[in-house]
Structures are given as C-alpha cells and as structure tokens.
Design a protein around this ligand. Structure first.
Ligand SMILES: Nc1nc2c(ncn2[C@@H]2O[C@H](COP(=O)(O)OP(=O)(O)O)[C@@H](O)[C@H]2O)c(=O)[nH]1
Ligand SMILES: [Mg+2]
Length: 208
C-alpha cells in the first residue's frame, strides 16, 4: 500500500474524543498531537472534513458552544488532531474571549504532546495580525508551523502561486526552519496528500 493510501485510510478512522475548556481537563500530555488554528471562516472545519473524509466531524465542531473549545479528535489512542478556537470572531463577550485566549496561549506554550501547528489562512487574506501573533507564540518554543493557504480555487492558479511564493519568502526571512506553507482547496482536493504527509511526520507515522 502506498504511503498516500495508508495515510488517507488512517485519517478516515478519526473519531471525536472530547471538548475541553480548562487546561487541567486536557487529555494526559504524553502522546502526539497536531493542532489546527486560524481565524473563523478560514476553512478549518471544511479542511478537517476533507482530510478525514467525514462530514460528521465538522458537524461536531460546529455544535454551538464548541467552537470556543479545544476539540480533540483521536486518530488512535494518544494520537490526536486538535481543533482550536477560531479567532477574530467579533460576537464573543470579552470575559469569554480572554478566557480562551489565555487557554490557547498556555496550550501552545506548554503542551508537550503538541508536535506541530497547522495554521489556516484564506489565500485572499494571508498573515493577519492575529496570524502573526500565533506564529510568534510558536516561535518561542520552536514549534513547527505549516500554513495552509485555503480556498486556493478562489484565485487563478498564477495568482495563488504568487501569494504562496510571497508568503514563503516572508517565512524564510522571519521564521527560518520553523514555518512552511502550501496551497489548499476543498472542492479541488488540492493539497490533501501533502497535508496527510505532514500529519504523518508530526504524529510519528513516518520519518520526519
Ligand atoms: N471555495 C471554497 N470555499 C471554501 C473552502 N473551504 C471552506 N470554504 C467555505 O468557507 C466557509 C467557511 O468554512 P468553514 O470550514 O466553516 O470555516 P471555519 O470557520 O474556519 O471552520 C464555508 O462557506 C465553506 O464552504 C475551499 O477550499 N474553497
Ligand atoms: Mg469551524
């Protein structure tokens, strides 16, 4: 079985585990996990769907209230995908926003199981101030970040490539060795195999 096929079937078996809104309620910190982050509407739920071949998962993370939690999905015991709260969502009361920003920050800084962050950005609006802040937080512990420029189908092939190259130049200058990027599109299935390979490496299913 080729690596691509093995990865696709591995992620098809992903199951929702639980939602967490307090640091001490996180699963034991002794496995491996990859977190998904991005501003709301960047395409996080859609990406989780297509990467796992399941509609069910996105529905779980869209359940009202759960969008502000850390949602854990198990590839198998102690191998997790973690859907982080989408930022930039205006209609959240300040106290709640402060609570999950603190939780998110602490999770990114302290979670040992966290091996990499997938950061989703709409290809038409890359690198917002919040995206940069997240990159800085990850840089503090040299946590690898892989950026998905989502909705690549919304631009011409040439324009999407230009955006990717510009982003890669910025990353090479500001976060050398730490951050990488690719194009991604749900309707085209563009970039899915590349993300599977990245997840495999971070979760320990293949040589990094
Ligand atoms: N054209 C296009 N639309 C997308 C793509 N990914 C997500 N969307 C749309 O963008 C909107 C937000 O997506 P969603 O996954 O809910 O974003 P989330 O808030 O980050 O979870 C929805 O209307 C999706 O259908 C994509 O690759 N291409
Ligand atoms: Mg979502």
């Amino acid at each position: 079985m080729s690596g691509t096929v093995a990865a696709a079937s591995r992620y098809r078996n992903v199951q929702f585990l639980n939602s967490v809104n307090e640091f001490h309620k996180l699963p034991p910190d002794d496995g491996r996990e990859v977190a998904f982050a991005g501003r709301s509407n960047a395409g996080k739920s859609s990406a989780l769907n297509v990467l796992t071949g399941q509609r069910q998962l996105a529905r779980v993370s869209k359940t009202p209230g759960r969008t502000q939690l850390l949602n854990f999905f198990a590839v198998e015991p102690e191998r997790y995908l973690v859907d982080l709260p989408g930022y930039g969502y205006a209609r959240v009361p300040d106290a709640i926003r402060r609570h999950w920003q603190a939780l998110l920050e602490r999770y990114l800084r302290e979670r040992a199981a966290l091996r990499g962050l997938l950061l989703l950005m709409d290809v038409r609006h890359p690198l917002t101030a919040m995206d940069r802040q997240l990159l800085e937080t990850c840089a503090h512990r040299q946590l690898p970040v892989h950026i998905l420029l989502t909705k690549a189908d919304k631009l011409s092939r040439g324009a999407a490539q230009t955006t990717l190259r510009q982003l890669q130049a910025t990353l090479n200058a500001d976060y050398p060795q730490q951050a990488s990027a690719q194009l991604f599109s749900v309707p085209n299935g563009q970039g899915v195999a590349e993300v599977h390979a990245r997840l495999d490496a971070w979760l320990g299913y293949s040589a990094a």
